[in-house]
Design a protein around this ligand. Structure first.
Ligand SMILES: Cc1cc2nc3c(=O)[nH]c(=O)nc-3n(C[C@H](O)[C@H](O)[C@H](O)COP(=O)(O)O)c2cc1C
Ligand SMILES: C=C(O[C@@H]1CC(C(=O)O)=C[C@@H](OP(=O)(O)O)[C@H]1O)C(=O)O
Length: 361
């Protein structure tokens, strides 16, 4: 199968390029009868939209979603749901200077190597504009998770470069995430992150960092014991996001410093429900959810397009100099939050539906 489809039982296919007419998504497998609030899909898109604050790309897209099929009188019909988001503010001229040169650490060279086509206008399919389609589909997945099982998915920015939120997700009030433009739920840390991004933007440079994601109320039993392990599917989903460079769940890489005696999550019976006292497993054991909170981190690199000259090569291998032009994000993180949530919701919705056939009764 070509690489534009994601998921098995609840699957999405996205289409469109950053500088084409529109982008969109077809969702397959959504059961009939789900209440679909179009305003909710739009609110999720608004959280990802370019031009939303001074610390994001200034491309002005309204990202107004059109529902083309699969929803009737506010409910899913069980048929493919297609959602279209027209492009309104492409400025392809900004890319004339890289008609043949490759931007360092963007996808220009690899895309050309694969297809033999150099469409220099924006990143095409490799532009993060495509993630709008994922967020629209992720909104439907969130509604499914909420209505079918009461599962919620929330992400936030936990680090920008070296400015780190020292509190864990258990100590934070995640309802505060949307109150700061950087989407960090701690006001003081958020201010320092914003100041850093402002400075980096003035310098014509970029910074990376980490998004943390938390899924609550996930029942025990979602996932597969072999290849499609829940954490493996989450890892693939997260690493499929543009500029994502790392994934860890539960105790992650820190856990590798501990001994088994320190690391194990001991079981207990809490009023008839089997739980663990700690949650270093991040809510997943053996590829299957154990009913505890699922949490993971996604690391993002500093964005490739910088407003400083860098050496490069052109299609013929000749020397070239590339300096970023146009509208770009100085930091991916504030807009990555709704994308991470959407991809997590898609994975969980897929496994929730797959799990229906796991056993009799
Ligand atoms: C929300 C978001 C916004 C992004 N904005 C830009 C941008 O303005 N300029 C840019 O060069 N890269 C941007 N990127 C990253 C590129 O799309 C990405 O680096 C590129 O496709 C190459 O893929 P890779 O970094 O995963 O190897 C963004 C990524 C995300 C998730
Ligand atoms: C348009 C969006 O972000 C874009 C992501 C992006 C990239 O290279 O990933 C590069 C820029 O694209 P362009 O120069 O074509 O405007 C960003 O503005 C969006 O997220 O909707």
């Amino acid at each position: 199968m070509a690489g534009n489809t994601f998921g098995k039982s609840f699957s999405i296919t996205t289409f469109g390029e950053s500088h084409g007419k529109a982008i969109g998504v077809i969702i397959d497998g959504c059961p009939a009868g789900l209440d679909i609030d179009a305003a909710f899909i739009q609110r999720e898109l608004d959280r990802r939209r370019p031009g939303q604050s001074r610390i994001t790309t200034q491309r002005k897209e309204s990202d107004t979603v059109q529902i083309l099929s699969g929803i009737y009188e506010g409910k899913s019909t069980g048929t493919p749901i297609s959602l279209l988001i027209p492009n309104e503010d492409q400025r392809s001229k900004d890319y004339d200077h890289i008609r043949s040169a490759y931007r360092p650490s963007h996808a220009d060279f690899t895309y050309d190597s694969k297809y033999g086509i150099r469409d220099h206008r924006g990143g095409g399919r490799s532009s993060a504009r495509e993630t709008a389609a994922r967020v629209a589909a992720g909104a439907v997945a969130k509604l499914l998770l909420q209505q079918a099982a009461g599962i919620s998915v929330q992400a936030y920015v936990s680090r920008v470069a070296n400015i780190k939120l020292e509190k864990s997700h258990k100590e934070l009030d995640l309802t505060q995430t949307e109150t700061t433009m950087v989407r960090c739920p701690d006001e003081g840390t958020a201010q320092r992150m914003i100041e850093l991004i402002d400075q980096v933007r003035k310098d014509g440079d970029t910074v990376g960092g980490v998004v943390t994601c938390v899924a609550d109320n996930c029942p025990a039993g979602l996932g597969e014991p072999v290849f499609d392990k829940l954490h493996a599917d989450l890892a693939k989903a997260m690493l499929s996001i543009n500029a994502a460079h790392g994934f860890e769940y539960g105790s992650g890489f820190d856990g590798t410093y501990m001994r088994g005696s320190e690391h194990n999550d001991l079981f207990e019976n809490e009023g008839g429900r089997i739980r663990t006292r700690t949650n270093r497993s991040g809510g997943i054991q053996g590829g299957i959810s154990n009913g505890e909170t699922i949490y993971f981190n996604v690391g993002f690199k500093p964005i490739a397009t910088i407003m400083k000259p860098q050496t490069s090569v052109d299609r013929d291998g000749g020397e070239a100099e590339v300096k970023g032009k146009g509208r770009h994000d100085p930091c991916v993180l504030p807009r990555a939050v709704p994308i991470v949530e959407a991809m997590a919701a898609l994975v969980l919705a897929d496994h929730l539906l797959r799990n229906r056939n796991a056993r009799m009764g």
